[in-house]
Ligand binder design. Structure first.
Ligand code: ADP
Ligand code: MG
Length: 317
């Protein structure tokens, strides 16, 4: 049976040319680019809660890094280095092989180097730490939204939650719809390029991991402002539009988790610049409302208040 060190060597040791020292010592050594601030984040994925052991290992590897890249995107940081801590029950090498392929495919796409971690036996659990760089004063924080700013979101919302709802039989998708929504759930595409382009434009940003209402709520709270958004402007895929009269689908759109799109605020004067950016990146960017004085989140549908009781996902609620 392979030892812990065999496993690390086989599945998690890859060249890390930008690090002074990568995997294999007591600590990695890195030199941030001169004058840059480090942005550091961690995200944990627990089997049975964030993913299932029966999920394809490649998609688990992809998602474990994607959710961390999404945090870098939301900060406007260039992702550079990652650490991977994993507990795994047995040395299931087929699983480790798939996991590492999914992880490294995404790492390579964004130029991220794995420089260390920890490997132990135990109930399947993954934790990734990521480090990125951003020029001083240019990070996209949650606390900068100003009254009068527009509120924008990238991509479309709620498809991942539709996939989950279908799996849990809270809603019925066609087989083709289910395939597309499960892809959204398992293979989120972190909006790193968008985050970098928003430096100097966005006054605040967050990635939507717990649902639009909850995550926009975090911007409002940290920025001490209110917002008015319109249901009919929320970007919905064709699949979502097909089910939009369904209350569960509406809940997915407003408060479903796992979108990993960005929600950001920009001064209204930059409206055209954001539209141009959408074309340039070939990524839908949609203005869904604006920042107001106060501290409420107001949702309008056809000019009327739309009541919602749904909030985003909270592990301890
Ligand atoms: P230590 O006992 O000093 O903590 P370990 O024996 O746990 O070191 O790890 C040996 C080396 O392998 C270290 O450089 C560590 O960062 C790296 N490492 C361990 N697990 C992983 C992993 N899952 N992915 C990447 N690197 C890892
Ligand atoms: Mg040591």
């Amino acid at each position: 049976m392979a030892s812990e060190f065999d496993l690390i060597h086989r599945y998690f040791t890859r060249p890390a040319p930008s690090a002074i020292l990568g995997v294999g010592d007591d600590a990695a050594l890195i030199q941030p680019s001169p004058g840059m601030v480090l942005a550091v984040a961690a995200d944990m994925l627990v089997a049975g809660r964030h993913f299932s052991y029966s999920d394809k290992a490649e998609t688990v590897g992809h998602k474990s890094l994607a959710v961390n890249l999404s945090d870098m995107a939301a900060m406007g940081a260039t992702p550079r280095w990652a650490l991977l801590s994993l507990a795994i029950k047995d040395a299931d090498e087929a699983w480790l092989q798939g996991f590492s392929e999914g992880f490294f495919a995404l790492a390579q796409q964004f130029g991220v180097e794995l420089i260390g971690g920890d490997t132990t036996s135990g109930p399947l659990n993954l934790s990734v730490q990521i480090m990125g760089e951003v020029p001083p004063g240019q990070a996209l924080r949650r606390d900068g939204a100003q009254v009068g700013d527009e509120i924008w979101v990238s991509g479309t919302l709620g498809d991942a939650a539709l996939g989950l709802a279908n799996m849990q039989q809270r809603l019925v998708l066609t087989p083709a719809e289910a395939v597309a929504c499960m892809a959204a759930l398992h293979m989120p595409q972190p909006r790193v390029t968008l985050g970098l382009a928003l430096r100097g434009m966005a006054t605040a940003a967050i990635d939507i991991s717990d649902g639009l209402l909850a995550d926009l709520g975090h911007i409002l709270e940290r920025s001490n402002v209110a917002a008015e958004i319109e249901f009919d402007r929320l970007p919905a895929s064709e699949i979502m539009r097909h089910h939009i009269e369904n209350a569960t689908a509406q809940q997915c759109l407003l408060a479903g988790g796992d979108d990993y799109e960005l929600c950001f605020t920009v001064p209204a004067a930059l409206h055209q610049k954001v539209s141009a950016l959408s074309k340039k990146l070939d990524l839908p960017l949609t203005c869904i409302g604006s920042i107001k004085a106060g501290n409420e989140l107001t949702l309008l549908k056809a000019g009327k208040y739309m009541l919602f009781t749904v909030k985003g996902f909270d592990h301890f609620a």
